[in-house]
Design a protein around this ligand. Structure first.
Ligand code: DHB
Ligand code: FE
Length: 288
């Protein structure tokens, strides 16, 4: 048996388990912003006005107000603020901050709640760490090159890859999965190339047995994200990219609960010589 990590999550893959693990991981850091009092005043004034406008527009009842208050308390109890915010808000923040610059390199997308820094380093041509059971899932060869925006290869760039298994679980956020399963930091060769064999991920259902799930059910929505790979690509002197890649024609590509799909981020795998599906995707990094 390989080593298992159940320290953060308890025994069951529940919303409360993954939520509290995501909150604990997020709170490992100290966050600061240099927002001035003037800017804070403008933002809060507009935010409170937006809330007031919605309350008046929909003539919100006291029953509804109390349900909202109870729900917000429960989101905290279940540790689900990272989940709820990353599904419903992060994509707006990501888009605003991409558009503030005149970037032309590869588009970003949301980080989501399940990134873990410092995943073990792997060579440019590698197979992701996986369990015997993951080896039974459909495999994918994901390859390409990290370049600057003129197409020059960036040797020694790092490609951090993390994704869910075939059941939709992320290591360190569900019990019984080895710590670094389907997580790694791949270092490109001298031409900036990488070639990674991994499990082809499946569509992912955000935890639905907690307050984020109740929220979605209350308006008749669905809790699914399309199958996706998470990536963070870095090279000193260049803009770091946090992004996701999706699979053309896959379920929920057109209907992602987290609104994080962009047309430039959709892969088209085809059967390769090895018998496995293969796909090439190149990352172009803007200068920082
Ligand atoms: C959530 C999970 C993800 O894997 C992701 O990419 C985005 C959001 C979530 O559960 O909130
Ligand atoms: Fe994800």
């Amino acid at each position: 048996m390989s080593e298992v990590n159940t320290t953060q999550t308890g025994q069951d893959p529940t919303a409360k388990g993954s939520g509290n693990a995501a909150t604990a991981a997020f709170q490992n850091h100290i966050y600061k912003s240099d927002t001035s009092k003037e800017r804070a005043n403008e933002i809060y004034t507009d935010l409170l006005k937006a809330i007031a406008d919605v309350a008046h527009k929909h003539q919100v009842t006291y029953d509804e107000y109390r349900v909202l208050k109870d729900w917000m308390i429960k989101v905290g109890e279940y540790g689900e603020w990272p989940l709820w915010l990353d599904v419903f808000v992060e994509h707006e923040i990501e888009e605003i901050n991409y558009n503030r610059h005149d970037y032309t390199g590869t588009k970003g997308s949301i980080e989501g709640p399940y990134y873990v820094p410092d995943a073990p380093e792997l060579p440019w041509k590698t197979t992701m760490p996986m369990r015997e059971s993951d080896k039974q899932s459909e495999q994918l060869i994901f390859k390409g090159q990290v370049t600057d925006i003129d197409g020059n290869g960036l040797g020694g760039a790092t490609v951090e890859l993390w994704h869910a298994d075939e059941e939709g679980y992320y290591s360190q956020y569900a019990p019984g999965i080895p710590e670094w399963n389907l997580r790694g930091t791949i270092v490109t060769n001298e031409n900036g190339e990488y070639e990674i064999t991994t499990v082809k991920p499946a569509p992912y259902m955000i935890p639905h047995d907690g307050p984020t799930g109740w929220f979605i059910a209350s308006y008749g929505g669905h809790p699914w994200r399309p199958a996706h790979l998470h990536l963070r690509v870095k090279q000193p002197g260049f803009r770091e990219i946090t992004t996701q890649l999706y699979f053309r024609g896959g379920d929920y590509v057109d209907n992602d609960v987290a609104t994080a799909v962009k047309p430039e981020l959709i892969l088209d795998p085809t059967p390769g010589e090895s018998g496995l599906d293969e796909v090439t995707y190149n990352f172009a990094l803007d200068k920082s």
